[in-house]
Design a protein around this ligand. Structure first.
Ligand code: 2BA
Length: 112
């Protein structure tokens, strides 16, 4: 039986079009979702990609190649809620990773 994996990759919006094209070119089937980072509360992109076990390394390499780390400044104004009580009064610079990737075992795959 063929072992399947589900890859969930959170990447930056700026890298999403190039990665999407690279996935199509390499014949990976993917779904692209608009997502929001819990910390920065700004938009990012999540790809879910189902693939065979033996293709996972190639896929990870493709993601590594097309997704880049960048520094982002989180400003106190955009991060302050009314009830945060002075939390984060100064701009903070964080390095946002090229990609945060989860590799999951797939129990069943159905395609009707
Ligand atoms: P955000 O949650 O908006 O986080 C953006 C960046 O802010 C993170 O980059 C990290 O450098 C920093 N950061 C996050 N939480 C922090 C905290 N509590 N204190 C200080 N700095 C913090 P990455 O780690 O590369 O994450 C990029 C995006 O990947 C995240 O956006 C989130 O959407 C997703 N992500 C990261 N780790 C995750 C996890 N364990 N589960 C689910 N999603 C995750």
């Amino acid at each position: 039986m063929i072992a399947l994996k589900l890859i969930v990759a959170v990447i930056q919006d700026k890298d999403s079009n190039l990665l999407q094209q690279a996935l199509v070119d390499a014949d990976f089937h993917a779904t692209k979702l608009a997502s929001t980072g819990g910390f920065l509360r700004s938009g990012n992109t999540t790809f879910i990609i189902g693939t065979e076990d033996h293709q996972v390394e190639d896929l990870l390499e493709l993601i590594r190649e097309h997704c880049h780390s960048r520094n982002q400044v989180i400003s106190p104004i955009s991060s302050l809620d009314a009830n945060t009580d002075g939390y984060m009064m100064h701009p903070v610079e964080v390095e946002v990773g090229g990609a945060t990737v989860f590799v999951l075992d797939v129990d069943q795959f159905k395609h009707f």
